[in-house]
Ligand binder design. Structure first.
Ligand code: PMP
Length: 412
């Protein structure tokens, strides 16, 4: 007799009948399963989005941490405030000023990476069945959070200029007509993960106008905004709308992800709820990490460091784009990102990125199939290619291997 998925799952996990219903939405992402394979040294991984921190001045970080222990150890190793270290929150407002945001440190909540901020915002807003609007495609880690809280994701089309305002209007109208509640629009306006696209300056006020008119809160997730290659940072959505936008930032890409320090900037009442949610989740974000990041910001030319990161990532973007132009079959399409870590590549018709992946891994190259970035099974003809981590030479070699696999696939 054929077993149902639930039965075969229960054979593997004897606790299956006891879990809360929401755990059904907690499944390992396609990226997680890939990491084990992609991290083997012989594989060129164009899959993960790990920041490349090889350029960080370890001596500076090490002496900042040493001083922290010797000079402020009893505070740094103690519990702290649920909202985060005041001095760091002040410095975070300086970081956000680079994108036109004028904010008060009281409205900043420090989180365990911006990933936890996505979780806390969803925790305080979403009941099962509520709708979250997301770009198509969207960040896999946020989709995982929305699923875990049993929210329904409705994707909204993007084009080369970012989220399409008309498509947003249509999506809002059709969700409203179905009687469901939209809790927020989750958007990554700059150097999108995974699409590599940036929302144009012309569209930003239009998106804000629509959301204001329709009463839709915006969750602006902006971990890559300072990593533009050739331009100054774009003005954040939050810079022009304080009441209707919750802004998320992170030190993972501009400093180092291991400290796990990110933040949310939220309207006053929302900020209070976020602090309560943070206290019940962690009591407080890690005091030691926050003080280490704060010391780094205070004593190091962090803006100069970001400039170096931008130059390094631009060199890698150039390596990837020129390898794609030289080596990929003509029927493939991709965008040229102005910043961030990712290129979104669309395959010729009839080629499925997910089913091709095992053959790519055998050929020692890895990528993330597009389906990982959709809540509804779309994206099978696309893939995300990350250029952040490997050297330019490895990137070219990875693209060469990928082109070989694809050519073989097209001959099948
Ligand atoms: N949002 C986006 C769009 C991301 O790409 C990432 C990390 N890849 C995060 C949030 C989470 O980053 P962190 O928790 O390290 O700040």
């Amino acid at each position: 007799m054929e077993s149902t998925p639930a039965r075969s799952q229960s054979r593997l996990d004897s606790y299956v009948d006891r879990y809360a219903a929401r755990t059904a939405g907690m499944t390992a992402s396609e990226i997680r399963a890939l990491f084990a394979v992609a991290s083997r040294p012989e594989v060129v991984s164009l899959a993960g989005g790990m920041p490349n921190i090889s350029g960080l001045p370890l001596d500076v970080v090490s002496s900042a941490i040493g001083d922290l222990v010797t000079q402020q150890g009893p505070v740094a190793m103690q519990y702290g405030s649920g909202q985060g270290v005041p001095e760091l929150r002040e410095q975070i407002t300086d970081v956000m000023r680079l994108e036109g945001i004028e904010a008060h440190p009281d409205d900043v909540v420090v989180t365990v990476g911006s990933q936890q901020a996505v979780d806390l915002v969803t925790r305080i807003f979403c009941d099962p069945g509520d709708v979250v609007l997301c770009e198509a495609p969207s960040y896999v880690g946020a989709l995982g959070v929305f699923k875990a809280y049993q929210a329904d994701v409705v994707h909204v089309e993007m084009d080369a200029h970012g989220l399409v305002p008309e498509a947003l209007e249509q999506a809002i109208a059709s969700v409203q007509a179905s009687g469901r509640r939209i809790k927020f629009l989750y958007t990554i306006p700059n150097f999108h993960n995974p699409a590599g696209i940036t929302l144009s300056a012309e569209r930003r006020p239009r998106i804000l106008d629509i959301c204001r008119r329709e009463g839709v809160l915006v969750l602006e997730d902006n971990p890559y905004g300072l990593l533009g290659f050739d331009q100054e940072p774009m003005r954040a959505l939050r810079a022009d709308e304080a009441e209707g936008v919750i802004y998320l930032g992170s030190f993972s890409k501009t400093f180092a992800p291991g400290f796990r320090v990110g933040w949310a900037l939220a309207p006053h009442p929302v900020r209070e709820k976020l602090v309560l949610a943070q206290e019940s989740a962690t009591l407080c974000p890690p005091q030691f990490s926050q003080m280490a990041v704060s010391a780094y910001l205070a004593n190091h030319d962090w803006q100069g460091q970001i400039k170096q990161f931008r130059e390094m990532y631009r060199e890698r973007r150039d390596a990837m784009v020129s390898a794609l132009e030289d080596l990929m079959p003509a029927a493939c399409q991709w965008n040229v990102p102005d910043g961030g870590f990712y290129v979104w590549l669309t395959l010729p018709p009839g080629i499925d990125a997910k089913s091709m992946l095992p053959r790519a891994v055998t050929a020692r190259v890895a990528y993330v199939p597009g389906t990982a970035f959709f809540a509804d099974g779309y994206g099978s003809s696309s893939m995300r290619l990350s250029f952040c981590y490997p050297t330019p030479e490895r990137i070219r070699e990875g693209v060469r291997r990928l082109a070989g696999v694809l050519e073989a696939e097209m001959e099948l």
